[in-house]
Design a protein around this ligand. Structure first.
Ligand code: SF4
Length: 377
């Protein structure tokens, strides 16, 4: 299990305090990345009573206010002191794209100028926000446009939370209650499990009932197969749902499509999945995602191999999400035909495996799965 460092160390690493100099730039603490205990430490350090921490937390998370001036229940002098040592906002929205299907893609930049993309997916019953955990991605999945960026940096917990706050404010307005049906998916740019501590810290902040109140049950995080972190997740009490991006049922093909497989092969991954399955609560399931690439991994034989793989590792409490590939000029793959997707699904189901087809969203604005590559137009 990854140890979560004590508050002071974590703050120092992820939210360097005001007096920490990075080169010639002074980086302030990011209020949105601080727990209430950390905020209490900050406000008492500034000579204010502890209850102010609660006021600040509610203002930035529950009301989603974006500047200290707007927190009018705090004394003016304290607001000025806070602004000297901390930021509410460290991200800026560079562009916002609207798809014909209602999907919105936000291209943001961190204070250090790194691109971050977040996608808002409205549906009739509930809205979903797909957030990024890294700027770019170090993994080299062959079918993914984000891979072309390489890793530009890990996002801090504050930057992860801020993406969601920006989207909620854009969709519902500042101060409006976060709808209780809002779902989060950690399936944007980056490999969330390579930024595990910040991810978990951000999810805990967003679950707070005095804040956004988006509970873990409404969150799904996807990994390309970072096996030790799957084991860590299995040990967490309040954890998000797990999705494992699989996309191939043999090592030979997965080595090619998702090179992370050369580090943790299918045997290691399936054993971690089985371990995770044992930790599931009653009625819970987890997901395997399978990107469908025309003529590469989408034959009925591939479907049989996949069903056989799940059977071999006795995985029963999982479902398969079939994701038709979202093409892009720089990628050598095309999407499977609707017939191939339907045949693949039928084959899985005939072998006792639950499979669902995920409808692509926001393809026209480069917002769909695997398309996030900081495209500015
Ligand atoms: S599919 Fe996910 S893990 Fe793989 S390169 Fe793209 S963003 Fe990274």
């Amino acid at each position: 299990m990854v140890p979560i460092p004590p508050i002071r160390e974590r703050l120092r690493e992820q939210n360097p305090p005001a007096y920490a100099k990075i080169g010639i730039v002074t980086q302030k603490a990011h209020i949105l990345g601080m727990t209430r205990a950390e905020l209490a430490e900050l406000v008492t350090g500034l000579g204010e009573p502890k209850y102010r921490a609660d006021q600040v937390f509610r203002a930035v998370h529950e009301q989603r206010l974006r500047s200290f001036d707007e927190i009018t229940n705090l004394p003016k002098a304290f607001r000025a002191k806070l602004a000297e040592v901390a930021d509410i906002s460290q991200m800026s929205v560079e562009s916002r794209f609207l798809s014909t299907d209602g999907t919105r893609r936000y291209l943001m930049k961190t204070g250090a100028g790194k691109p971050v993309e977040t996608v808002y997916l409205p549906t009739e019953n509930r809205d979903t926000i797909c957030f990024s955990s890294q700027s770019g991605c170090p993994l080299k999945c062959d079918f993914c446009l984000t891979a072309k960026l390489g890793l530009l940096g890990n996002l801090t917990a504050g930057e992860i939370v801020e993406q969601i706050v920006i989207v909620l404010n854009d969709v519902y307005g500042v101060g409006a209650e976060t709808p209780h049906g809002t779902n989060l998916v950690g399936m944007g740019a980056g490999e969330p499990f390579l930024n595990f501590e910040n991810l978990i810290a951000a999810l805990r902040l967003m679950a707070d009932e005095k804040g956004l109140f988006i509970v873990p049950n409404r969150v799904t995080v996807s990994t390309a197969g970072i096996v030790p972190r799957i084991d860590d997740l299995a040990q967490l009490e309040d954890r998000p749902h797990l999705a494992i991006s699989l996309s191939a049922a043999t090592d030979e093909l997965r080595d090619r499509l998702m090179p992370i497989n050369r580090k943790w092969d299918l045997d290691a991954l399936m054993k971690a999945a089985r371990n995770f399955e044992r930790s599931l609560k009653r009625g819970e399931r987890f997901t395997f995602e399978y990107v469908m690439l025309g003529g590469v991994n989408d034959s009925t034989e591939d479907a049989r191999t996949l069903a056989e793989l799940l059977k071999r590792y006795k995985l029963r409490r999982c479902k398969i999400n079939l994701i038709p590939h979202n093409g892009a000029e720089q990628l050598d793959y095309s999407s499977s035909s609707p017939e191939a997707v339907a045949a693949f699904k039928d084959t899985l189901e005939s072998l006792g495996v639950d499979a669902y087809v995920r409808t692509p969203r926001g393809r026209d604005i480069y917002a769909a799965c695997g398309q996030l590559a900081a495209k500015a137009a």
